[in-house]
Write a protein that binds this ligand. Structure first.
Ligand SMILES: [Zn+2]
Length: 355
């Protein structure tokens, strides 16, 4: 008799607890999707036609069975950047919402016009760089309307964001991340640093140039940090490739960040010996023509070293790319076309002091 009473009592407590947790966690609506706790779903955000053509943004929501933070994963702000896009394709089926605390919002291909037309940097529709027009405009051109939807539907609903990039269709790039050291205040800056360490890339560019005004955030990840949400930009892969190493590095990084945020079980793989890059510069061409690289990604260059040159279309050397300071080549163009004012390479100097 006594045992039965105890059992009945514990059962009723248990069912009350279940009832309470179900009441406090409702379905989450993102774009066209409403996803219940413990479920995942995929769908398409429509970007209606405006002054130019309509487009779509494919998203997935993995709504964990337990409460926790919301992490946004954004791939394809640049449509020729395939390793992040494929990494999210691989991650989605691996994620069991019942084992997750919190929510993932995945943007599979942010810049669909660029992806389908295979353009680097710029949209084939409006000629704009999507990762320079955030937070976007509801009545702008297609890149601005995409940025507007991602800001409103994804970034504003997230607590943390990872903007996933690689070296586009033309950059030979060694992996690194960008840590915004200004926007969002000290707590956001520190939490963003922890995201960079948890993602696992040992080169971390300390970005001092990002805007701090949320209405002029320009970049995708800065749209998050200026809104008080820790975020980083990561770079793994490039040259329009889909190599397994670059893709796996992104998958591992996302899983490690999810562990760091206690969204899944397990220990994050924090970078043990981070190399913070306190000076970095994108080196641009003064001339239009054909680029011949002489330096390689990941190699160090001395101040003044010849890193490559540009010829005109008849083979005459018209511009020499020289390292402005000693540092490491984070990326260098790996294909011939170059237009005046466009990037040829990025050189980073590793800070001498610990951060
Ligand atoms: Zn990019």
């Amino acid at each position: 008799m006594k045992i039965k009473t105890v059992l009945r009592a514990s059962l009723s407590v248990c069912s009350m607890a279940l009832c309470a947790s179900a009441q406090t966690r409702a379905g989450l609506t993102v774009g066209p999707l409403t996803v219940q706790p413990g479920a995942k779903a995929s769908g398409t955000i429509q970007v209606p036609a405006g002054k130019d053509e309509a487009t779509t943004i494919p998203i997935s929501v993995v709504h964990g069975g337990r409460p926790g933070p919301t992490l946004a994963l954004i791939a394809g702000n640049h449509g020729y950047e395939y390793s992040p896009i494929i990494a999210l394709q691989r991650l989605l089926p691996r994620l069991d919402p019942k084992q997750i605390s919190g929510t993932l919002i995945m943007v599979h291909v942010a810049n669909m016009p660029s992806f389908l037309k295979r353009t680097i940097y710029y949209s084939p529709v409006d000629g704009k760089n999507l990762n320079r027009v955030y937070p976007g405009k509801a009545d702008g051109t297609v890149s601005e309307r995409i940025a507007y939807q991602i800001t409103r539907e994804v970034i504003e609903r997230a607590d943390y964001a990872l903007d996933l990039h690689c070296g586009d269709g033309n950059e030979s790039l060694r992996p690194y991340s960008y840590w915004d050291v200004k926007a969002g205040g000290a707590e956001v800056v520190e939490k963003s640093k922890q995201l960079a360490l948890a993602f696992g890339l040992d080169r971390i560019v300390m970005d001092t140039e990002r805007p701090t005004d949320p209405s002029q955030s320009v970049y995708c990840s800065t749209t998050a940090t200026t809104r008080g949400k820790p975020a980083i930009t990561v770079e793994s892969g490039g040259m329009g490739a889909t190599d397994n190493e670059s893709i796996e590095r992104i998958e591992r990084g996302v899983i490690s960040v999810m562990r760091h945020l206690k969204m899944i079980e397990g220990q994050p793989q924090m970078v043990e010996h981070p190399m913070f890059i306190d000076r970095s510069e994108v080196l641009r061409s003064d001339e239009t023509g054909i680029f011949y690289p002489l330096a390689e990604k990941g190699h160090t260059v001395a101040k003044g070293a010849l890193m490559g040159y540009v010829t005109d279309f008849f083979g005459k050397r018209v511009y020499e790319l020289r390292a402005p300071y000693a540092g490491e080549v984070l990326y260098i163009l790996g294909t011939p076309p170059v237009s005046k004012g466009e990037p040829l390479a990025m050189v980073g100097r590793v800070a001498e002091t610990e951060r």
